[in-house]
Ligand binder design. Structure first.
Ligand code: NAD
Length: 355
């Protein structure tokens, strides 16, 4: 066994169906007495349900969360926090809603309970990305790690199939990059492989039958594991590319992850051979990159960055942005190969090693 370091994140997880009713007792355990409920504008009815459950602990609701956590929205939410003497947050929704709760926690150190409704994984990470003047900056700090996560499978039954598919592929990307992370450890390796295998079996069923509770339950369980991977070890080229494309071109987050992943896996294959062969095995495919591309196709994900808003001129700009602050990656980054990778992802061509 090689040398390794493993630190486990302190976060209480409640998982099941109908667990939304546990919000009040979890808030009581954290001694929250004046709770702010956070949602996106489209999900305010969930906010009302949580408020009903919290009863006298509910002090205010803020339904203005949006993607990429702009600081102006956090400023607005902070006014509600101080006007209502808030002492705890409950966020219900996807990564955008959770991002706002984390941004408030960063400024106030308040305790946070999150009820995730997508597969993005942010709920179990100490990572926050905030957008200021059009630039998204990410940092890691234990201040933003939620204290409690309540997974309620019932809330995911209405997640539309197209969003479910790409959200699940976004989750898989966290586990894939954990496999070749420079700080991976044996525990996270097990978690990552279990997560990918479970999600790759559950996602096509979720997309075919969105109301299948068993498939939804497996997908949500695996998404939790993927989030643990993201929160525990350092991501590499794939996450860097998606971060650059999201910030530069405002491409949709989960779709971008879903498209880019097979290309990065093909690029890294020869430099992380053991991990990529284990990845292929859990995907049931000899070639890991092709296995991921097949899965993305089966869940109805888009296959080319050109289809989600990238233009050919962006290939060079994105290449330069990645190289301006290169991440760790098992295969060293070199301009012409990286440019080729982005060009293939832009066109939706067959993944190659780009040598
Ligand atoms: P999202 O939160 O923006 O949700 C996507 C859409 O789905 C929204 O319109 C939302 O209202 C809707 N929705 C959510 N759950 C639903 C449900 N169960 N039923 C019906 N509709 C539902 O998207 P996301 O992909 O979950 O999150 C993306 C954001 O999260 C990005 O800003 C990304 O940077 C961030 N993120 C952060 C981390 C981290 O660790 N910090 C990890 C992953 C993602």
């Amino acid at each position: 066994m090689d040398h390794f370091v493993c630190s486990l994140l302190p976060c209480r997880v409640v998982f099941g169906s109908g667990t939304l009713t546990r919000v009040a007792s979890e808030a009581a355990m954290l001694e929250m007495t004046r709770v702010l409920v956070v949602t996106t504008p489209g999900r305010s009815e969930w906010g009302r349900k949580v408020a009903e459950n919290l009863r006298e602990r509910h002090a205010a609701t803020f339904s203005g969360a949006v993607m990429h956590t702009p600081v102006e929205v956090t400023d607005e939410a902070m006014r509600v926090v101080s006007e209502n003497r808030i002492d705890g947050i409950v966020a219900i929704g996807g990564g955008s809603t959770i991002g706002l709760a984390k941004a408030i926690a960063l400024r106030t150190d308040l305790n946070v309970i999150v009820v995730p409704t997508t597969y993005a994984g942010s709920e179990v990470t100490p990572i926050i990305g905030e957008t200021r003047d059009g630039i998204k900056e990410t940092k890691r700090t234990p201040r933003v790690l939620p204290e409690v996560v309540i997974y309620d499978v019932n809330l995911t039954l209405g997640l539309p199939p197209q969003i479910s598919g790409v959200s699940g592929m976004n989750a898989i990307a966290h586990a894939v990059e954990a496999l070749y992370a420079r700080d991976c450890n044996p525990l996270i390796r097990l978690v990552a492989l279990e997560a990918i295998e479970t999600l790759s079996m559950a996602l096509p069923r979720v997309v075919e039958q969105p109301g299948d509770v068993t498939a939804r339950s497996s997908a949500l369980y695996a998404a939790w594991l993927c989030g643990v991977c993201l929160g525990s070890v350092t991501m590499a080229l794939h996450h860097k590319i998606c971060h650059v494309l999201g910030g530069l071109l405002d491409l949709p987050h989960a779709e971008t992850h879903s498209i880019v992943l097979p290309y990065v896996v093909a690029y890294n294959c020869g430099h992380a051979a053991q991990s990529m062969s284990e990845l292929g095995a859990v995907l049931g495919h000899r070639n890991a990159a092709e296995g991921l591309r097949d899965l993305a196709r089966r869940v109805g994900a888009p296959s080319a960055l050109a289809d989600i808003g990238m233009s050919v001129a962006d290939v060079d700009v994105a290449t330069d942005r990645v190289l301006a602050a290169p991440p760790f990656n098992p295969r060293p980054l070199e301009r012409s190969s990286l440019r080729r990778l982005l060009e293939l992802a832009y066109e939706g061509g067959a993944p190659q090693d780009c040598a």
